[in-house]
Design a protein around this ligand. Structure first.
Ligand code: ATP
Ligand code: MG
Length: 463
C-alpha cells in the first residue's frame, strides 16, 4: 500500500498490458505470456527457414526449450519473409555448441552461438536473466556487461520493443507474447518495453533502432517511447563508434535508407551524433547525388541484390571528396595525386569517427580512384579498365555521377557502349573525340584558387 502511494507520488507506472513495469522496467515483468495458436497468429509456415526449424527441433529433442525470436517473429506476423532468424533457448552456449557440427561461440557484448548451415547462419542466444542492479555501467548509466542467464520471461523483458519480444515455436506453431506485441503489431505501433528513459540510458542505440523500425515497417512511435528521444539523443555519443557504425549500416541497408535518414532528422537524432550523417544530410551540393545513391541502394535491397558497404559509403562521402579534390587542385596539386590526398583526408576523418573497417575504406578508395581513369578514352587505357576486377562498382558509380548531373551523360553512355560492345564497336568508340571531361566541376561550383604554401588546403568539410 505504502509502496503504491510512493509510486503514485513519483509518477511511476504500474504494470500494464504492455508490459510497462516498475521504475526499473525489469523486476515486475509479466511472467505469463499470451499464447496464440496458428489460427490466431496466422503465420505462414512456408516463410520459416528450414535451418531455424532444424535448430529449434534439435534443441527440443535434447530436452531444451527453443524458439524463433525477435525480428523474425515480428516479420512472420507481418507476412514478410525474415532476412535472418534468431533462436532463443535455455541451453547454455556450451550446450548449444555441442549439438551442432558447425557452431561457434561468439563472445561479443553477450555470448551467442553461430550455427552455420553452408552460408546460412542461425544466431542462438541463451535466455538472459533480469539485469542485475550491480551490473557495471558507464557514468551515464549505459550497461557495459551483463551476461547472466535467466528465465524466458526475464529474457522477454530485456528485449527492446514489444513487437520484438515474441517467441515462435515451429513444432507447435504457437506464439508466446509477453508484452502485448501482437496488439502493437496490429496497431502498427513501436513501443519500448519498460520505462523509456531507463531503457535508452541502459543502451542509447535503442533510439536509433526505434527510428530504423519506424521507417522500415512504417509504424508509428508510441508517444511515451518517442518523448525522451530529443533530450536523450546526446547519450549516443558515449556508445563505442563500432557499435553505432553497425547500427548505421543496418539502417542504410534496410531497404528504407532514405526514409530512415528523414526519420532520424525528424526525431532530432542526426545532429552532431554521427559525423557522417551531418555530412550526408547537410551538404546541399551533394544532396542529389546522395538521394540517388540511397534510392539506388534501397531498390537493390528490395530486389534482393547485394549492396556493398564500400560502394554505399563511397557514395555518401563523394561530395566531400570532390570538394577537397578541387581544393587540392586549386592549391597546385596535379589531378590524380590531388584525388588521393582528398581520399586520404576523408577516410582519415571518417575512419576514426565511424570505425570504418579497413576493407570498407579500401573499397571506397578503389571506387574513387577509378573515376579519373574513366576520363581516358583513347589507346589501351579503356581495355585495361575492362580487366579491372572493380570495374562494375566504379562504372555504377560513374553512372550515378552522370545521373546526378555532376558530369555529362555522354561519358556514362560511352562506357556502357564500350563495356557491352564487340571489338569493332570498341574500335569505333575509341575513334570518337570525347566531348566532356570526367572530374570537370561545373563552372558555377568552381572556387577561386587558394594560394597557400600549405599542401593541405582547408575546406568547409575539414573545418
Ligand atoms: P532486423 O530485421 O533488423 O534483424 P531484429 O529485431 O531482428 O531486426 P536484431 O538486431 O537482429 O534486430 O536483434 C534481434 C533481437 O534482439 C531483437 O528483435 C530484440 O528482441 C533484441 N535486441 C537487439 N538489440 C537490442 C537492444 N539494443 N536492446 C534490447 N534488445 C535488443
Ligand atoms: Mg535480426
Amino acid at each position: 500500500m505504502i509502496k503504491k502511494f510512493i509510486r503514485k507520488i513519483l509518477g511511476v507506472k504500474e504494470n500494464t498490458e504492455n508490459g510497462k513495469s516498475d521504475e526499473s522496467g525489469k523486476s515486475k515483468a509479466k511472467n505469463k505470456p499470451k499464447v496464440l495458436g496458428a489460427k490466431e497468429h496466422g503465420i505462414d509456415p512456408k516463410l520459416v527457414s528450414n535451418n531455424a526449424i532444424r535448430v529449434t527441433q534439435t534443441l527440443q529433442e535434447n530436452g531444451f526449450k527453443a524458439f524463433i525470436v525477435g525480428g523474425a517473429v515480428r516479420d512472420l506476423l507481418l507476412g514478410v519473409k525474415p532476412k535472418d532468424f534468431d533462436v532463443a533457448t535455455n541451453a547454455t552456449p556450451e550446450q548449444v555448441k555441442r549439438l551442432f557440427r558447425r557452431a561457434f561461440i561468439i563472445g561479443r557484448r553477450f555470448q551467442i552461438v553461430h550455427v552455420m548451415f553452408g552460408q546460412d547462419l542461425i544466431e542462438v542466444t541463451t535466455f538472459r536473466g533480469a539485469a542485475k542492479n550491480d551490473a557495471p555501467t558507464d557514468e551515464h548509466g549505459r550497461v557495459l556487461r551483463d551476461n547472466t542467464f535467466g528465465e524466458q520471461h526475464e529474457d522477454a523483458v530485456r528485449r527492446d520493443f514489444t513487437i520484438n519480444a515474441m517467441y515462435y515455436d515451429p513444432s507447435s506453431e504457437t506464439v508466446l507474447d509477453y508484452h502485448g506485441g501482437i496488439a502493437d503489431i496490429r496497431k502498427k505501433t513501436l513501443r519500448i518495453i519498460g520505462v523509456p528513459e531507463l531503457r535508452y540510458r541502459e543502451d542509447p542505440v535503442r533510439m536509433l533502432r526505434v527510428v530504423r523500425f519506424a521507417a522500415k515497417l512504417q509504424f508509428s512511435i508510441d508517444a511515451e517511447t518517442r518523448k525522451p528521444i530529443p533530450v536523450m539523443a546526446p547519450l549516443i555519443d558515449n556508445v563505442p563508434n563500432a557499435r553505432v557504425f553497425d547500427e548505421m549500416l543496418k539502417l542504410l541497408m534496410s531497404g528504407h535508407a532514405m526514409a530512415c535518414l528523414q526519420q532520424l532528422r525528424k526525431e532530432g537524432l542526426h545532429h552532431g551524433l554521427m559525423p557522417l550523417l551531418d555530412v550526408v544530410l547537410e551538404q546541399p551540393m551533394g544532396e542529389r547525388f546522395v538521394t540517388l545513391a540511397l534510392a539506388n541502394t534501397d531498390e537493390r535491397v528490395r530486389q534482393g541484390k547485394t549492396v556493398s558497404p564500400g560502394f554505399l559509403f563511397a557514395s555518401l562521402l563523394w561530395h566531400q571528396v570532390l570538394e577537397k579534390w578541387e581544393a587540392y587542385k586549386a592549391a597546385g596539386e596535379l589531378s590524380i595525386p590531388a584525388l588521393h590526398l582528398a581520399a586520404d583526408d576523408v577516410l582519415n576523418t571518417q575512419t576514426d569517427a565511424l570505425a570504418l573497417q579497413r576493407k570498407i575504406g579500401s573499397d571506397m578508395r578503389d571506387i574513387w580512384a577509378m573515376q579519373p581513369r574513366f576520363e581516358k578514352r583513347i589507346g589501351k587505357s579503356p581495355y585495361k579498365m575492362l580487366e579491372n576486377s572493380r570495374l562494375r562498382a566504379g562504372y555504377d558509380f560513374l553512372l550515378l555521377r552522370c545521373a546526378s548531373g555532376e558530369i555529362d551523360n555522354e561519358i556514362g553512355e560511352w562506357w556502357t557502349a564500350f563495356i557491352q560492345g564487340d571489338e569493332a564497336e570498341r574500335v569505333r568508340l575509341l575513334s570518337i573525340k570525347p566531348k566532356a571531361k570526367v572530374g570537370e566541376v561545373p563552372a558555377a561550383k568552381k572556387r577561386r584558387p587558394r594560394r597557400s604554401n600549405n599542401r593541405r588546403p582547408k575546406t568547409a568539410a575539414s573545418e
